[in-house]
Ligand binder design. Structure first.
Ligand code: HEM
Length: 104
């Protein structure tokens, strides 16, 4: 399998996607790949792309290897409660919202 390090956008929250593109465009989020792409987009383009990608429902990519039970329970704890020492309440809420929209 070829891995390019690009995130899967399918099914993600459209407001999140549009916001990510606008951050790449205005330079508040840095990426050598995405900034040149985003700089060419209008607000309408960004919303159209966000709507398109959020509506896609491709099959899930196969995991390179099955995660261990420990990894699964650590991920669940992180998504639901965060790491108290590193995240504030708003970040924990954002993390929970993120994982709730990325479920198949
Ligand atoms: C071959 C073309 C592309 C490559 C290699 C690529 C690569 C990447 C990479 C590496 C990131 C992570 C950037 C970071 O945070 O450091 C990213 C994020 C992102 N890309 Fe692209 N990208 C491509 C095309 C596109 C296109 C056409 C769109 C149009 C909608 C797009 C939308 C996004 C969005 C919304 C994110 C943020 C996703 C997130 O926060 O989870 N990308 N891309």
């Amino acid at each position: 399998m070829i891995t390019i390090g690009a995130p899967r956008l399918a099914g993600m929250n459209p407001d999140y996607l549009a916001h990510a593109l606008s951050m790449f465009k205005d330079g508040t989020r840095l990426s050598v790949v995405m900034q040149p792409v985003a700089q060419r987009l209008s607000d309408d383009d960004m919303h159209a792309l966000a709507t398109y990608f959020s509506a896609q429902r491709p099959p899930l990519a196969p995991a390179p290897h099955a995660p261990s039970a420990n990894t699964i329970s650590a991920g669940k704890r992180l998504a639901e409660s965060g790491v108290a020492s590193r995240m504030d309440d708003a970040q924990i809420e954002a993390s929970a919202a993120y994982f709730s929209v990325t479920k198949p």
